[in-house]
Design a protein. Structure first.
Length: 316
């Protein structure tokens, strides 16, 4: 690559990172599109603080898919939107395997701020990390101004977590996946402390992911947070799904990023190296989201297949 071409590429990525690229969808556009689509299997659950849909089918198996907990991870709800679109267009076999509740956007108020240029914003409108607010192995974390991992004053203090919890507990799914970005990896419980599941249980969870990788095109590290990232996170949705709701297959997926950008689902409250609280907004966007259309489409394609294949494997 010549110097001129290299500089043009840098300028292109920089410009993409300071405004929302046209191939990303705005929060309200996604919601309104799905509310108006002709899709008999799709039902909006009329939630107040989150955007939750149910995809009905005759399948006995149930899957609960959670997108958009962290506002700056724009690619997460984009994946949920793509899956619904594929199902409604008859291009996805997902409903052959499973009923689905899909939280399209768990943090819509803050996502709107990200769409306006606050690309480093992770927390909700109360500056709480809603993935530290679940009532399982909860611990009070730093809530000083600028903290990205504030737990909130008590478990389920936030309207988003209480709303999602109700639907999760009522639905009683067989599969739970929380989708994030900032890394390329797949996590299994536990996230709250350095402890492993018993070997048979760990193998059960990881073998599904190993089989999924064979057909989806996904290439990600997988295991516990202790193995891969060497830190813990209290009050997480994955631990609640697995430990409180007894969901047999519970995962957290990181669908875009590199090892150097391990700052998403399980961001360490003590980690100061990256210091995203003080990063420029144009630096955050490409760390958490594909900055080019080709990479965006590639990410959606392979991880949509990963969701479909995981539902097939768990529900077969």
């Amino acid at each position: 690559m010549g110097k001129k071409t290299f500089l043009i590429s840098l300028l292109l990525i920089s410009s993409l990172a300071t405004e929302l690229p046209e191939f990303y969808h705005k929060t309200d556009d996604m919601l309104n599109s799905l509310l108006s689509i002709n899709c008999p299997n799709l039902e909006y659950l009329n939630t107040e603080h989150t955007h939750i849909f149910k995809l009905n089918s005759q399948a006995k198996c149930k899957s609960f898919l959670l997108f958009g907990e962290h506002a700056r991870e724009l690619i997460s709800p984009e994946l949920g939107y793509n899956l619904i679109s594929q199902i409604c267009q008859g291009k996805s076999p997902a409903l052959e395997f499973s009923q689905i509740i899909l939280v399209l956007n768990a943090n819509p108020i803050s996502r709107r701020k990200v769409e306006e240029g606050s690309f480093c914003l992770r927390t909700n409108e109360n500056d709480v990390d809603i993935n530290r607010n679940w009532g399982v192995y909860w611990d009070k974390t730093d809530c000083s101004p600028g903290s990205n991992t504030c737990s909130g004053p008590y478990p389920f203090s936030e309207p988003q977590t209480t709303e999602i919890r109700k639907h999760l507990e009522d639905f009683k799914p067989d599969l739970f996946i929380s989708i994030h970005s900032g890394f390329s990896g797949i996590f299994i419980p536990w996230s709250y402390k350095f402890i492993r599941l018993d070997l048979d249980e760990e193998d059960k969870l990881l073998n599904v992911m190993k089989e999924m990788e064979k057909t989806s095109g996904v290439d990600a590290e997988y295991g516990t947070a202790e193995e891969i990232l060497e830190y813990t996170a209290t009050g997480s949705c994955m631990d609640y799904a697995y430990g409180v709701c007894d969901i047999p297959y519970a995962y957290a997926w990181e669908i875009y990023g590199t090892r150097d950008d391990s700052v998403s689902f399980l961001q360490d409250v003590n980690k100061k190296v990256k210091n995203h609280e003080h990063k420029e907004h144009d630096q955050c966007f490409p760390e958490f989201n594909p900055p080019t259309k080709s990479k965006y489409l590639e990410t959606l394609d392979k991880w949509t297949k990963a969701l479909e294949e995981t539902m097939r494997l768990v529900c077969s």
